[in-house]
Design a protein around this ligand. Structure first.
Ligand SMILES: *[C@@H]1O[C@H](CO)[C@@H](O)[C@H](O)[C@H]1NC(C)=O
Ligand SMILES: *[C@@H]1O[C@H](CO)[C@@H](O)[C@H](O)[C@H]1NC(C)=O
Length: 468
């Protein structure tokens, strides 16, 4: 099936990178920076068949793992969440991110002990890893919003994923109670110490899923050439996990994170490309993969907050629509910060900023029939494009400091398909003006997003819909 994907990367008015991956008979007109582009409505419809392109993953490139959308047709796992359920999960994740942040704010202001916000769980992108000796292969969720990695170690009534069997592995060992390694598990999961012959970790999620088990050392194999003996991870014996994965790979910036545990080899640099066409796969890469021939990477500041090592912050200060900066004061974003997250789907803005963006978007889309938004309240600006052959979607840019802008992909960064020919603006409003802005996964598509932790910068490289 021919499809058309467009991707833009633009960091200044003078630079303009355009990647047109495949083009069928559709007539397409391109315009200059900030102007709009007419695209065939048909090309916006999601693919329903998996046409996997292995992109050299069979050769197991060093430091590079195939990343698969767990809800897409290429998913290796049995998953049938409805759109409503996916959006509900997204809201739970956003609420738990906010409660985690606000917990620290409240603590530092009032010094009143408050309950920790529950960690948040992503359910969107999975990678296949090898654990143990001999190697057992497991599908786990990649999560930039948590640090402790854990795997399912037992079949359980409340989970469906394939478990790892520690008894079949010669390299498995539990971590002792009271050790420095053990306290790392407590601080990574914000949990009080627990011990049952060996160190116990516990992690609980906002959607009432949880994982409890031994904190252990085991050999982790990311690729055949990237093997890490003695990797510290949770071995879950009492787990409630709604999806069919076997656990979580934590990429936060706490010392327990994979990013820190593999620092000697990969220098705390990792990147991902989220698959934006459902018939293609993305990647999760470790270390500096930037060859001399690859297109330019543009960097913005990556801000780590020691109080919240599970969150990566960026300096968003404005939004432009069709090349015009919207009248949102930079302080709207800077007052409570902006988190970039791979596990939240939609971007969530302070309500005052969202309304300005939404109104400008609606004005630009006034020529199209509106549609009833899906239930759940995530979206409120939707269109029925079933009777339009082409559509001109307004261009949206996220403005960061220093004149750096990120032009969102018009195919997958601005609107999202919510069933048949219905599309919604892929942004939402936070419940409260005081809550942190979140840049979700939709807006990161068609880019390789590079987390360079030691240099405190986040890179964007335009890679198009197929993550090449
Ligand atoms: C990777 O290496 C290239 C070439 O040496 C360098 O220009 C670039 O800054 C490095 N990127 C990271 C994220 O370290
Ligand atoms: C889209 O289709 C609707 C229904 O046929 C029509 O009223 C509207 O004018 C079309 N919009 C554009 C911009 O062509």
């Amino acid at each position: 099936m021919a499809s058309l994907h467009t991707s833009f990367l633009n960091f200044s008015l003078s630079s303009f990178v355009l990647l047109l991956l495949s083009c069928s008979w559709y007539k397409v007109s391109w315009a200059h920076d900030g102007e709009t582009v007419e695209i065939a409505v048909h090309s916006l419809l999601p693919e329903t068949n998996c046409i996997p392109s292995s992109k050299g993953f069979d050769n197991h490139p060093s430091g590079k793992l195939q990343l698969v959308d767990v809800n897409g047709p290429c998913s290796p796992l049995e998953t049938t969440p409805s759109l409503e359920e996916i959006l509900h999960q997204d809201q739970l994740r956003v609420r738990s991110i906010h409660s985690m942040i606000n917990k620290h704010v409240r603590d530092s202001k009032a010094k009143i002990p408050t309950r920790f916000g529950l960690p948040f769980k992503t359910k969107n992108y999975v990678v296949n890893i090898g654990v143990g000796t001999p190697n057992q292969n497991l599908w786990v969720t990649m999560d930039t919003g948590s640090s402790l990695s854990w795997i399912l170690c037992k079949t359980c009534p409340n989970c469906r994923g394939l478990p790892f069997s520690p008894s079949q592995s010669s390299s498995y060992s539990n971590i002792a109670c009271g050790s420095a390694d053990c306290s790392q598990a407590y601080s990574a999961t914000h949990h009080s110490p627990a011990c049952r012959d060996a160190c116990i970790y516990q992690t609980q999620y906002a959607d009432s899923d949880y994982s409890v088990g031994f904190f252990a050392r085991e050999t982790l194999r990311l690729t055949p050439s990237d093997v890490f003996p003695g990797f510290k991870l949770g071995c879950g014996h009492d787990v409630k996990l709604r999806d069919s994965t076997s656990g979580i790979l934590g990429l936060g910036s706490h010392p327990a994170s994979l990013v820190y545990q593999t620092a000697t080899k990969f220098g705390k640099v990792f990147s991902y490309c989220l698959p934006s066409s459902t018939n293609s796969n993305g990647f999760l890469a470790f270390g500096n993969q930037t060859g001399s021939t690859s297109p330019a990477v543009r960097y913005i500041r990556l801000i780590l907050n020691p109080q919240n090592p599970d969150l990566y912050y960026v300096p968003l200060n404005g939004i432009s629509l069709n090349g015009r900066r919207l009248a949102i004061p930079a302080s709207t974003f800077s007052a409570h910060g902006t988190v970039i997250d791979s596990g939240t789907i939609v971007s969530y803005l302070p309500p005052s900023a969202y309304i300005i963006l939404r109104n400008a978007f609606r004005a630009a889309m006034s020529g199209y029939p509106s549609a009833t938004p899906p239930r759940g309240g995530v979206y409120d600006t939707c269109y029925d494009l079933s009777r339009n052959r082409t559509v001109t979607i307004p261009s949206i840019k996220l403005n960061f400091g220093g004149g750096i802008d990120l032009l969102l992909d018009q195919y997958s960064g601005v609107i999202t398909n919510v069933g048949s020919y219905k599309f919604c603006l892929a942004f939402s409003a936070n419940d409260d003006e005081e809550e942190t802005t979140i840049i979700g996964s939709i807006q990161q598509k068609t880019y390789e997003v590079i987390y360079d932790v030691p240099r405190g910068r986040l890179g964007f490289r335009s890679v198009g819909a197929t993550c090449n």
